[in-house]
Design a binder for this molecule. Structure first.
Ligand code: ASP
Length: 599
């Protein structure tokens, strides 16, 4: 039977008991990790979010009734105990912070009994994800998840502390806003009061934070929940948290400066890691050319080489064909991988095909300098020599080439580079390699819509020197946009915003927006800009991703208390769910059958 806590006060958490407290009385409360009944003695590991404390129940130290109760304790019972801290009688447990001590219990209360949980509550669970997520409240009891949640809380707290000191104000922006698709689909919320009208949940507080700058709150920060109704990829969540900021009277360097100091502070406080400042900067173009990615993992080299010039006139039509179509031929040198078995190389070719490549050409150089290649028969000896030299190929190296449209070549080799690094096991999780990627293209060509779209968003400022290009060669215009990258992950991004009406108009023109359409969507922002707008810029971090990297875990779910699965559903609550007709009627909504044609 469950007893009450009445009169008992927890004095501290399990792992807060120290050797120095030997001889003193403490009251602990928590969950039974395991209980071992050894005849005259009962040992219990008591767990709370701080860790474990060994309890010892001995007939005589505790009264008869208490000892009897102790004999019936089972895993996950919630208990309260009062006792005296002692040096451990048995062997010291070096894996535990409290491994040298134990608590000799004088009084026990069983606060709640527990059924046998569907999986053991322990570190590094082998339990299937579906079961863990269905019983998330039990999963969250596991020490590794508890550490992640505590880490996230610490990051949020330190973030607020840092930015408050820097003069930032924390201001909330609405969840129920106007639907303004920013690339992804909006989640919509029907209005009961305005049947047929909908709010959009924010994809980010972008427009509000710019309005706050117009209102004079020159440094804003918010730990903001955002929603994106995207086709879910494995490691995406429909709702996630951003550390969102905006600053007035600043340019790129100012935003970078305060954020570098923030990252150095955060990593020092949380992980004891020194971030060397200034953080290296690399332009988008250089990142693509060298690493095939706009979020380069710069913990290792294996950079891309452009060999287009070298193979321009060679006999291999895959290369020359790609070049004739305006494409590019590039390669990477997987040093020391020259002896890779053919089967493994074939797997790499399949991997490249997964990224859209038609194939992958290779040269494997044996230790004695002899070469095996998929395309040697189309090349002269001199052409091969020149190619190997251009790739810095040495005995024992494996050279891999992609030939196609430039973007595809970047994608394929960028991904291949990472895959090889994984296979070669050269990625050090304890190394934190930051980089700013700057000067992103302002626009990207959208094949489907047959028009340019903004790479960041339509309010991103361009580099002043590129202004004339906006009308003549929009694809070449560089933006004052920057991403902060950590070990190949984009952890944040932002930009300087356009605050001049004439430039904003040109931007809308380049995006194929009429003035009316622009006003329809963003009129309130454009109007606000008429009444005095400071130059401003901002940035947002993905908090979940940042914490995931700091916690060195592989899944974003492990740093979110109640995550959703790939199809955006919650396995615990079973959301989303149909609602009853009354609710629908109130909202003026009707749900059509799945096979009913939507007009
Ligand atoms: N709102 C942007 C985003 O969510 C960040 C920014 O530009 O500040 O990516």
């Amino acid at each position: 039977m469950a007893e009450s806590m009445q009169g008992l006060h927890r004095t501290c958490r399990c792992a807060e008991v120290t050797k120095e407290m030997i001889g003193s009385e403490v009251t602990l409360m928590g969950w039974v990790q395991k209980a071992r009944n050894k005849g005259g003695l009962v040992f219990v590991d008591l767990r709370d979010r701080s860790g474990i404390m060994q309890l010892i129940f001995e007939n005589g130290s505790i009264d008869e009734e208490g000892f009897e109760k102790a004999g019936h304790l089972r895993s996950e019972f919630v208990i309260a105990v009062t006792g005296i801290v002692e040096k451990r009688g048995g062997a010291v447990n070096e894996n535990l912070a409290t491994g040298e001590i134990e608590l000799r219990v004088k009084a026990l209360r069983v606060l709640s009994e527990a059924e046998v949980p569907p999986f053991p509550i322990e570190e590094n669970s082998k339990t299937k994800d579906e079961i863990r997520l269905k019983y998330r409240y039990l999963d969250l009891r596991r020490p590794d998840l508890q550490r992640n949640m505590m880490l996230k809380s610490q990051v949020a707290m330190l973030t607020r502390q840092f930015f408050a000191k820097e003069g930032f104000l924390e201001i909330e922006t609405p969840m129920l806003g106007k639907s303004t698709p920013e690339g992804a689909r909006d989640y919509l919320v029907p209005s009961r009061v305005h049947p047929g009208s909908f709010y959009g949940l924010p994809q980010s507080p972008q427009l509000y934070k710019q309005l706050l700058m117009c209102s004079g709150y020159d440094r804003y920060i918010q730990i903001a929940r955002c929603f994106r109704d995207e086709d879910l990829r494995a490691d995406r969540q429909p709702e996630f948290t951003q550390i969102d900021m905006e600053l007035s009277f600043v340019d790129v360097d100012d935003v970078i400066d305060v954020n570098e100091r923030y990252l150095a502070f955060l990593f020092k406080e949380v992980l004891g890691v020194e971030v060397k400042l200034p953080i290296q900067r690399i332009t988008w173009q250089e990142a693509m050319d060298r690493f095939g990615s706009d979020k380069p993992d710069m913990r290792f080299g294996m950079e891309l080489h452009d060999v287009s010039e070298i193979v321009k006139h060679c006999g291999f039509s895959v290369f020359t064909g790609a070049l004739e179509n305006g494409g590019s031929v590039r390669g990477i040198n997987a040093e020391g991988q020259g002896a890779m078995p053919r089967k493994k190389i074939d797997k790499l070719v399949e991997f490249a095909k997964g990224y859209g490549a038609k194939g992958l050409a290779y040269i494997a150089i044996a230790e004695d300098g002899t070469r095996k290649s998929s395309f040697a028969k189309f090349m002269t000896e001199e052409e091969m020599d020149a190619l190997v030299a251009a790739m810095d190929g040495k005995p024992g190296d494996l050279l891999l080439f992609a030939a196609d449209k430039k973007k595809l070549v970047y994608d394929v080799l960028g991904a291949l580079r990472l895959e090889l690094a994984k296979q070669m096991d050269i990625l050090d999780k304890n190394e934190y390699c930051f980089a700013w990627v700057t000067e992103f293209p302002l626009l990207e060509w959208n094949e489907e819509e047959n028009r340019y779209t903004a790479m960041h968003h339509p309010f991103t400022m361009l580099m002043e020197e590129d202004l004339p290009l906006l009308e003549t060669d929009p694809g070449k215009v560089r933006a004052k946009a920057y991403d902060i990258v950590l070990n190949g992950n984009e952890i944040g991004g932002g930009s300087v915003r356009i605050h001049q009406n004439d430039i904003q108009e040109k931007m809308f023109e380049a995006l194929g927006f009429t003035k009316e359409a622009a006003y329809e969507q963003f009129g309130f922002l454009l109007d606000a800009f008429k009444y005095g707008v400071p130059p401003h810029a901002g940035l947002a971090y993905g908090l979940d991703r940042l914490v995931m990297l700091m916690a060195k875990v592989d899944s974003i779910r492990d740093v979110i208390a109640f995550p959703k699965v790939k199809d955006a559903s919650c396995l615990m609550t079973k959301a989303p769910q149909p609602v009853d007709d009354v609710q629908l009627r109130e909202l003026g909504l009707d749900v059509c059958e799945e096979d009913e044609e939507v007009q």
